[in-house]
Write a protein that binds this ligand. Structure first.
Ligand SMILES: Cc1ncc(COP(=O)(O)O)c(C=O)c1O
Length: 467
């Protein structure tokens, strides 16, 4: 009999102590990432349970989740209806893999997405993440546009994922470093119609324009409202396919199901992921105009060029997404996102007025909010600069690392950071947030700001040295 290697069981995994997880993470997952987790004190926490707005850690400490998996937990952690739907599905021994037959679950999910999507968006392709949804959508657009129009326009500070095509249109030297990218791409300034028009006019090989409706990775950046009508008009005029990446800003995050609905426009293809999985499953999708799909893959001779994929439309993933969409509407979570987002933004604006030397800008739409701090590299007092220079490069000019670390350590509150702009904290809590959660966040954040820069930095440094 084949010898059994030293395997951990599920129960053993659940029981691993934090030191052991740290060791295994370092050995088998990502040693470099551990450096950042340590820097922020995140290596001290193991989540044992999660419910609604809260994580509970190994010490039974409740942590208020304003990070929300970068907008992946619209319905809150472990929503009871989503859990129940999954449990029923398992108890009934429903199937997962369905390549040979039609899946009633994938079909119903596609129907639901088409019912939600406006205009002619009605043909769906299912994936397991946002990058692959974009990958698939870029291929769809390319086949539709044809070989003479294979160039993809993309925006400054974009993030579309880390697979090859998505990475090629992700505006980050850091993420792109050292990789061979797709040759046909053209960068335009985000939110700038002149830049887009100039690109379309000067380069007729542009057939696709991919753009996030609200830029997430850039630090929650919105284009001027008038931009989107202009994008629609320019794409129509030049016959360019507009691919809206709503992986982060979709599924109700901004107070509309799709962020583009704020602007009275409809793109040609839209991608979703993150919250589509209800925080319980990995699922992504594109929804395209039917004529685009038909042109690219319509006839039976070409129908199998891109799909199906092995894990596209797994049973439990699909029913999880179906239940998620139903919960979103039944519980009014999209409207709640608009209302709670407005409350959060107004509270943050008040704090900005009280602390203008700390906070440069607050911005957002619904529960997708960014807080930009002033860069401290210029303004820190001399002694502080020296202390901070002993810390990590990533933390030097930025209050975010210190504030985020202290929020977790001392105030049991989790926020997200921004790779492209280290001065921005991102808030993307579950859309089940109530006024009491928003007010609790504002209270602890306000209390921390009251300390002022010197105390914030020295409190962080003391903790870092002690650890
Ligand atoms: C706008 C956007 N597009 C694409 C992606 C990639 O999604 P995934 O990490 O699921 O591959 C992300 C992830 O953060 C995103 O924010």
């Amino acid at each position: 009999m084949t010898a059994r290697p030293e395997l951990l069981s599920v129960e053993a995994a659940k029981a691993l102590p934090v030191d052991e997880v740290r060791k295994l993470f370092e050995r088998h997952l990502n040693p470099g990432q551990l450096h950042f987790l340590k820097l922020l004190g995140f290596d001290q926490v193991l989540v044992r349970r999660a419910e609604g707005m809260y994580y509970t850690d190994q010490n039974e400490r409740q942590i208020l989740d304003f990070f929300g998996g970068f907008g992946s937990v619209a319905c809150g952690h472990n929503h009871p209806r989503i859990l129940a739907a999954r449990k029923r599905f398992q108890d009934e021994q429903r199937h997962e893999i369905c390549i040979a037959f039609m899946s009633q679950y994938a079909t119903a999910l596609a129907h639901n997405l088409a019912a939600i999507a406006p205009g002619e968006l009605e043909t769906v392709f299912l994936t397991n993440c946002g990058s692959v949804a974009n990958e698939a959508a870029l291929k769809l657009a390319e086949r539709c546009a044809g070989p003479k129009r294979s160039t993809v326009a993309y925006a400054t500070n974009s993030f579309h994922g880390k697979t090859r095509a998505a990475l090629s249109v992700t505006d980050s030297e850091f993420y792109q470093s050292g990789f061979t990218l797709l040759p046909n791409r053209r960068r335009v300034r985000f939110g700038d119609l002149d830049s887009l028009e100039e690109a379309f006019k000067s380069d007729p090989s542009i057939g696709t324009f991919i753009v996030e409706t609200v830029q997430g990775g850039a630090g929650i950046v919105l284009a001027p409202e008038s931009y989107w009508q202009g994008v629609r008009a320019l794409c129509d005029k030049h016959g360019v396919i507009w691919l809206a990446d709503e992986v982060q800003c979709g599924v109700g995050r901004t107070g509309r199901f799709f962020a583009f609905e704020h602007y009275g426009v409809v793109p040609d293809i839209v991608t979703l992921a993150k919250s589509l999985g209800g925080g319980k499953t990995a699922i992504g999708a594109y929804i395209a105009r039917r004529d685009i799909h038909m042109k690219a893959y319509g006839p039976h001779k070409t129908a199998l060029i891109h799909g199906p994929a092995t894990f596209s439309g797994m049973g439990e993933g699909c029913i999880t997404a179906i239940e998620t969409l139903n919960v979103l509407y039944d519980e009014g979570l999209i409207d709640n996102s608009a209302a709670m987002g407005a409350r959060l933004l107004a509270g943050l604006q008040r704090l900005q007025q009280q602390h203008p030397r700390l906070i440069k800008e607050v911005r957002g739409l619904g529960l997708m909010v960014g807080i930009e701090f002033h860069d401290l590299s210029e303004t820190l007092p001399f002694g502080m600069k020296q202390m901070v220079s002993l810390l990590d490069d990533k933390l030097k000019g930025s209050l975010c690392g210190f504030v985020g670390t202290l929020l977790l350590r001392d105030y049991d509150t989790l926020v997200a950071f921004t790779e492209y702009n280290r001065n921005v904290i991102r808030l993307e809590p579950p859309l089940v947030a109530k006024a009491e959660h928003v007010d609790a966040f504002l209270a602890v954040f306000g209390e921390l700001l009251e300390l002022g820069v010197t105390k914030i930095v020295s409190r962080y440094a003391r903790g870092a040295i002690a650890a």
